[in-house]
Design a protein around this ligand. Sequence first.
Ligand SMILES: *[C@@H]1O[C@H](CO)[C@@H](O)[C@H](O)[C@H]1NC(C)=O
Ligand SMILES: *[C@@H]1O[C@H](CO)[C@@H](O)[C@H](O)[C@H]1NC(C)=O
Ligand SMILES: *[C@@H]1O[C@H](CO)[C@@H](O)[C@H](O)[C@H]1NC(C)=O
Length: 389
Amino acid sequence: MIYKKWTILVFLINCFLFVKCLDKKGIYKDNIDTSKSLVLDGKSDYLSSSIVIGFDTFNVIIDTTLNYLIVAERKCDGCTQYPPYYRESQVFENIQCDSPACHSIGNTCDKPNKYDPPTCGYETTLQQYGANIKTILYRDIISIDDFKNIPVIIAAIYEQSNGVSLNSAILGVGPSCPTCPPSPLQSLLYTLKKPYIFGISLDKNYFGGISIGKIDPLLYTGVINYTTMSKRDGVYSVSPIFVGSHWNDQLFNSTRNDIKRFIISSSSSLSYFPSTPYKQLKQFLKNAGCKSGDLDFCSKIDSLFNSCINASQISIDRFPDIDLYFEEGFILTIPPKIYFHSISRNNQVFICMGILESTDTNAILGINLMRELYTVFDNEKTLIGFSRK
Ligand SMILES: *[C@@H]1O[C@H](CO)[C@@H](O)[C@H](O)[C@H]1NC(C)=O
Ligand SMILES: *[C@@H]1O[C@H](CO)[C@@H](O)[C@H](O)[C@H]1NC(C)=O
Ligand SMILES: *[C@@H]1O[C@H](CO)[C@@H](O)[C@H](O)[C@H]1NC(C)=O
């Protein structure tokens, strides 16, 4: 089906970094609203922002599943990233293989040329791009808006194999953990003596912002419901006790046996369920939706799982909420207007399913399900919070 491709096409995301919380003039101004948007750009299906290394401005994808700042080197084999490429500043340093910063998963000890001593590297597969990358790690400085000369670790790609073009650099905001390197955001906040807390706030159209260093009361209403943050495998995840839905006397109920955890991924535009619960959800929606006796509606449900369909031909308000039940006693409700999304093509609007089948045993909560939420990543208290925008 031709429409299927569109689900991976571009959504417009305008991303601000709200830095009210980072007022450098400090303690006397804490109660003054000096809200300022740090960055605004985007036109991608990811959260994006920009940073400066040396004299070059890099567009960056904000990625909750990585801890590095990943930029292509000037001399990069098979790299598909567009310029600018990383050039070491005057103060750069290599990271020695025996340094504590070189003991994370994926670290390697490389000898980039015969003149220099071996230096620490990092190899990984960027799932979203299907790209295998090899990088050399550098200590160097970057600037994010007014915040100049922030010391971070840069992973400069010198070899890419497979995968599609990386059209941006990647700014990791992954979890802090004893075996993870500090993410560039963590380094920034550490330099500013702020806690490693950030929140992602998105509206229905992926417009939103990121609060860093604190929880921003302007970005949510009501309470923040917190659940335990797992940092296993260097990614943020949460584990609801079960995921349920109820519609036309039919029940969908998937427990931790089926969905062990939801990895929260700001670099995934869509969300995923493992095969078994995905098939159950599909069956549930078909059975329950067809029970209404509306044959036209019933036939559309099947099509929705195969492609996007003409928005004027289906009413998504008829679909049920999907609820995530947490141990802490709260429910995170995902309404159909969130798990479906719409795309426009040739002045026509199409509706697409935003939860797909994963080949993995983990579920992925991508940015489509983070819409109309303020999602808080509190690395200090090891909690993930959800509140309404
Ligand atoms: C789903 O199953 C779990 C475990 O069997 C049970 O505790 C829970 O009440 C069920 N939820 C619904 C909505 O039926
Ligand atoms: C979508 O539906 C409308 C109204 O039924 C129709 O006019 C239009 O041609 C349809 N578009 C496509 C691409 O099928
Ligand atoms: C927080 O929990 C309460 C109680 O379950 C619920 O009414 C509210 O919708 C929750 N908010 C979010 C954003 O999940």
